[in-house]
Design a protein around this ligand. Structure first.
Ligand SMILES: [Zn+2]
Length: 301
């Protein structure tokens, strides 16, 4: 017996992971996607993202909202948390990923990492045609909204357009034969007698405040389609750099054949930096100004 030969388990050959196809520009989905910014009803083609953002959302001061970002280098955005409107998705700015600094031939558009940006001649942005636009998005929401959405469920796009057979087979759920009731008889009676409603009425002001405190801030990045995944280190901190919170996340839609987040959907866990109201108070204090540092990282092939 050859001891150096890897062991093969009989009958398990089909469980071997499929070799991931190396994406090229031709593999990327050609369909346009809905703009994630609240109240914007535009559907944007993959190469029009930068033009759309500049023309539609940052018309008054385009250059203030754009920032060139090279691999491993720090970019900083400062924003006033008190200016965030309700539960709306807001674009804080756009990072223009340029690959490795100093290597012009390595710009993402040049090396077919992403499509060239289609820019209008009078836009003043023609020099940015080979940079990959990445939106920095923020949304204030409640913890309950965040928790109730099943973001871990893979979307149809994640499955590369292939619907799972198992999902098709499930038509309804039948609990009538359940031998372990999920709810005790006592609690059923309590619900029936309307005690639940009475409980709600007696919610005190302190409890209301607690509900307000359950607000969270979600920060994520979302790029135009590109062939390989990008990572982003996101850190929020106060003006004296003494308090902060940090996370390493994936840039949504990077390295994906199909878009991961459709339209106004919340980002998935792997894209998001969450900041609770309590953390926000500790970081911002009375200033309300949050410093957000982003470092893009392109993994080696
Ligand atoms: Zn838009």
């Amino acid at each position: 017996m050859d001891r150096n030969k890897p062991l093969r388990l009989i009958g398990l050959s089909s469980t071997e992971p499929e070799k991931q196809t190396k994406l090229t520009l031709n593999h990327l989905c050609q369909l346009p996607a809905q703009c994630p910014i609240e109240k914007c009803i535009s559907t944007v083609f993959k190469d029009d993202m930068l033009q759309h953002l500049a023309q539609r959302h940052f018309r008054s001061n385009v250059k203030k909202h754009l920032q060139v970002a090279f691999n491993g280098e720090r970019c900083t955005l400062v924003f006033d948390v008190s200016q965030l409107i309700g539960t709306q998705t807001i674009c804080l700015g756009v990072l223009l990923y340029g690959g490795v600094r100093g290597k012009h031939s390595q710009l993402p558009g040049e090396r077919e990492f992403c499509y060239h940006n289609r820019l209008k001649e009078d836009s003043g942005l023609e020099s940015l045609k080979d940079y990959l636009p990445i939106m920095v998005l923020v949304k204030r929401t409640t913890f309950l909204c965040w928790a109730l959405v099943d973001r871990k469920m893979e979307s149809q796009e994640d499955l590369n357009g292939k619907q799972s057979k198992d999902l098709k087979q499930v038509k309804h759920l039948d609990f009538s034969n359940d031998t372990h009731p999920k709810c005790s008889e006592e609690s059923i009676k309590r619900c029936d007698s309307g005690q639940k409603n009475n409980d709600l009425k007696t919610t005190t002001e302190a409890e209301q405040e607690e509900i307000m405190d359950s607000d969270i801030l979600i920060i994520w990045t979302q790029s135009a389609p590109c062939i390989r995944p990008l990572h982003v280190a996101m850190t929020v901190f106060n003006s004296t750099l003494s308090v902060g919170r940090s996370a390493m996340r994936c840039v949504a839609n990077s390295g994906q054949m199909y878009t991961e987040i459709g339209g106004k959907d919340l980002p998935k866990d792997r894209h998001s930096l969450l900041i609770t109201q309590q953390e926000l108070k500790e970081i911002c204090g009375a200033e309300h100004h949050l410093h957000l540092e982003l470092i893009l990282h392109e993994p080696l092939e």
